[in-house]
Design a binder for this molecule. Structure first.
Ligand code: NI
Length: 239
């Protein structure tokens, strides 16, 4: 598999997995932007990711995604799952991916290997208890990783290449501008469904990207299963 390296804000090197020659998912007409299983080797695909929930706006977000026939990935905090079981169950039932974002948003670079493993297991179990399935991918809080964390985390690590800065700007227009400017085929877009403005931005964001022929798929679908444990991925760009 072809890899490129890109830097994170913290100066750590991460690798970006590229999708080359992977088995094609179920065929869909390239022009059908509403297809649930698009062939991402033939059409443009993007993964919307929502971190730090579930929260009070998650159900509304699920309604919006359902209306647009869009799949997304939710990186959940294990500590919030128990009080939002209905939303978490709905995510899984409606074809979204449910990922691990730690129990309570600790910076993994500050934890020991045993602490990371305990946190991951506790979070995986809380999610699996509701969805019936252990998360396939994990996202470290703040995108923060060190070698200890890479070795301790069992799942592939998914970062992002489009940062909407939604937690900071709390501005629908800014979120849309950043997304329009930075999104490319294979992008992973970072949003947080715990902020009302972020959820408010989603209908416009879906319409805008749909107009550019993007298809909305889960992270695991975007990478077509071509993900390895202990490796961090920021996008699924080919070429
Ligand atoms: Ni987070």
């Amino acid at each position: 598999m072809h890899r490129t390296t890109v830097g994170t804000a913290g100066g750590l090197l991460i690798t970006s997995g590229l999708l080359l020659g992977a088995a094609a998912p179920a065929a869909a007409a390239p022009s059908d932007v509403s297809a649930k299983s698009p062939d991402c080797s033939k059409v443009k695909c993007v993964a919307l990711t929502f971190d730090d929930g579930p929260g009070e706006y998650t159900d509304e977000l699920l309604d919006i995604l359902e209306e647009h026939n869009a799949r997304a990935t939710f990186y959940l905090l294990g500590s919030k799952v128990g009080s939002h079981k209905a939303e978490v169950r709905r995510m899984a039932e409606e074809g979204h991916e449910v990922g691990n974002h730690t129990w309570k948003h600790d910076d993994l670079a500050t934890l020991s290997a045993d602490e990371i493993k305990d946190d991951a297991e506790r979070t995986d179990e809380a999610i699996a208890e509701v969805t019936g399935e252990k998360p396939r991918t994990m996202r470290p809080p703040y995108g923060s990783l060190d070698d200890t964390a890479r070795e301790a985390v069992e799942q592939p690590i998914v970062l992002w290449d489009v940062d909407t800065l939604d937690w900071q700007n709390r501005d629908v227009d800014k979120i849309l501008d950043i997304t329009k400017d930075e999104t490319a085929d294979g992008s992973v877009i970072l949003l947080h469904d715990i902020h009302e403005t972020s959820v408010d931005a989603v209908p416009g964001l879906l319409d805008e990207l749909k107009g550019d022929d993007f298809h909305f798929v889960t992270v695991s679908y975007l990478f077509d299963g071509d993900l390895e444990a202990g490796t961090a991925y920021s996008d699924a760009r080919s070429g």
